[in-house]
Design a protein around this ligand. Structure first.
Ligand code: NAD
Length: 282
């Protein structure tokens, strides 16, 4: 079967360009959009992510404030900084890079961020709003996947959508978003009895399982759309996803590659959320 490759690089570039235009329009009205990024400790992977977020802000013409705190920062010190940023009207978005050092309660930190500035969409209020269809921030990776589907002309309404994975940042919000788009949604997880039986029903299969090349062609229905959220590095330092692309692609009608699929969408949607934060606050 001939399949198309869903180009996350191109779609994310398009979204960032749109954000840039919106930021420019705000600037013309004398409004500057500002994202505060907090990193505690110097985890190398986190540093790469934080740097990419700063670069994206720069591209879009947004201001970014960077707080690089030492590993020994106490929970109280971090919470005090968040309160300060919550109260600062010139700051629109607050992002705390996860994971945090073990001595800091991640849930408490997320709960302390003003939901109106919660551009990661992790606050319980943001998740609750998503659940009951009210306005609020949506977790960037699943929001990006909806954009990939929509901008590739893939209809969600009425489709059998299967999500593998039920994490708070990917699987769960993904299922809620597909439901909001009128998909018929099933969520699979580590306790699902017969995974293949479920995944083979999927018109749209979203894979966020965290295991390299786990999904092979025998999990996939002929003509399905397959979205691969996984990111792994193999022995040769090459990136791969949760889906065995070479085995699966021929069976699909459309599929995301790794890299260049879901990956670049996360930051694009963060930029989108930052622009939206101004509107939510005003
Ligand atoms: P996670 O480990 O929190 O969740 C994995 C989920 O998979 C769990 O809910 C678990 O129940 C399920 N699972 C595990 N084994 C299973 C099995 N055998 N059968 C069925 N379900 C099973 O992972 P996560 O944070 O949701 O991330 C998933 C993947 O996506 C990872 O590879 C991660 O690196 C990647 N990720 C990518 C982006 C991006 O920007 N592209 C963002 C976040 C996460």
């Amino acid at each position: 079967m001939s399949y198309s490759i869903i180009d996350g690089k191109a779609i994310s570039a398009q979204i960032k360009e749109e954000c840039k235009q919106q930021v420019l329009a705000y600037k013309e009205k004398g409004i500057e959009i500002c994202l505060a990024v907090i990193q505690v400790g110097a985890d190398p992977a986190s540093s790469v992510y934080v740097n990419n977020k700063k670069k994206a802000c720069e591209f879009c013409g947004m201001k970014s404030l960077s707080y690089e705190l030492p590993e020994e920062t106490t929970e109280d010190e971090l919470l005090a900084l968040i309160h300060k940023l919550n109260d600062d009207p010139s700051v629109n978005g607050i992002l705390v890079q996860l994971p945090l050092p073990k001595h800091i309660d991640e849930d408490l930190v997320i709960r302390t961020i003003d939901p109106k500035k919660d551009v990661d969409g992790f606050h319980t209020q943001s998740v609750g709003a998503l659940c009951i269809g009210q306005p609020g921030f949506v977790s960037c990776t699943p929001a990006g996947i909806i954009q990939l589907l929509k901008r590739s002309g893939i209809e969600i309404a009425g489709k059998e959508c299967v999500v593998i994975g039920r994490s708070n940042i990917v699987g769960k919000p993904m299922a809620l978003l597909l439901l909001r788009e009128n998909g018929t949604v099933t969520v699979c997880h580590s306790r699902t009895k017969d995974l293949k039986e479920v995944t083979k029903r999927a018109d749209i299969l979203i894979v966020a399982i965290g295991k390299p090349k786990f999904i092979t062609s025998d999990y996939v229905k002929e003509g399905a759309v397959v979205i691969d959220v996984g990111i792994h590095r193999n022995e040769n330092n090459k990136l791969c996803g949760d889906v065995d692309f070479d085995d699966v692609a021929e069976k699909t009608s459309a599929i995301t590659p790794v890299p260049g699929g879901v990956g670049p969408m996360t930051i694009a949607m963060l930029m989108h959320n930052c622009v939206a934060s101004y509107e939510l606050q005003n």
